[in-house]
Structure formats: structure tokens, C-alpha cells
Design a protein around this ligand. Structure first.
Ligand code: TYC
Length: 101
């Protein structure tokens, strides 16, 4: 009898997880002009006038509005840049980030 040893070949399981996404949320305030909020949304989040106006108006009437979702780094960078644009003009405009469930 030939001595044959069969070695099991174990294929490593490839587990690739999606990166967790973060929401950028626009917060309403009583001071920042609507037109300025719309302009920041267009510039920082590449929205059309209509999209930006709809997001601004939702935050204005409901208190906040989810602007978009990104990976953590991009969400934080965009929220900071958009908040800083308001601060540069003396407005309390605020964009925050929050992980998606
Ligand atoms: N509430 C502001 C005003 O009446 C406009 C505004 C809208 C400010 C949305 C912030 O996230 C905001 N001038």
C-alpha cells in the first residue's frame, strides 16, 4: 500500500467589513441667514440650489436635517469646514457628525 498523506487545504476566510458611515447633520439657529446656509451647503456638499434650499428649510422648520453620509474622516472634515465658514462671518451655524446605526 502506498503511503499517501492528504493534507487538508484550508482557505482563509476573507472578511471585509464596510467602513462605518457618519451622518453630517445641520442644526438650526435663530441668527444665520437662510441664504448663507444655502450657500454653504452648495459649496461644501456640492448641492444644487434646490437641494441646498430643501435641506436648509428642513433644518429651519424641524430643528435639524441630515445633509449626507460619508466615512468618518470626510464627514468630520466637511462638518468642520462648513461650521468654520459660518464662524468666519460671526454666525453660530453648526454642523455635527454622528455614526449611522
Ligand atoms: N433659522 C435661520 C433664520 O431664520 C436660518 C437657518 C436655517 C439657520 C437652517 C440655520 O441650519 C440652519 N435666519
Amino acid at each position: 500500500m502506498p503511503d499517501i498523506t492528504v493534507k487538508p487545504v484550508i482557505k482563509p476566510e476573507l472578511k471585509v467589513e464596510r467602513p462605518r458611515l457618519y451622518k453630517v447633520i445641520l442644526i438650526n439657529d435663530d441668527y444665520t441667514p437662510r441664504e448663507f446656509v444655502t450657500r454653504v451647503l452648495k459649496a461644501e456638499f456640492r448641492m444644487t440650489e434646490d437641494q441646498a434650499h430643501a435641506v436648509m428649510y428642513t433644518a429651519h422648520t424641524r430643528g435639524l436635517c441630515v445633509v449626507a453620509v460619508f466615512t468618518k474622516d470626510i464627514a468630520e472634515t466637511k462638518a468642520t469646514r462648513a461650521t468654520d465658514a459660518g464662524r468666519a462671518k460671526g454666525y453660530p451655524l453648526q454642523f455635527i457628525t454622528e455614526p449611522e446605526e
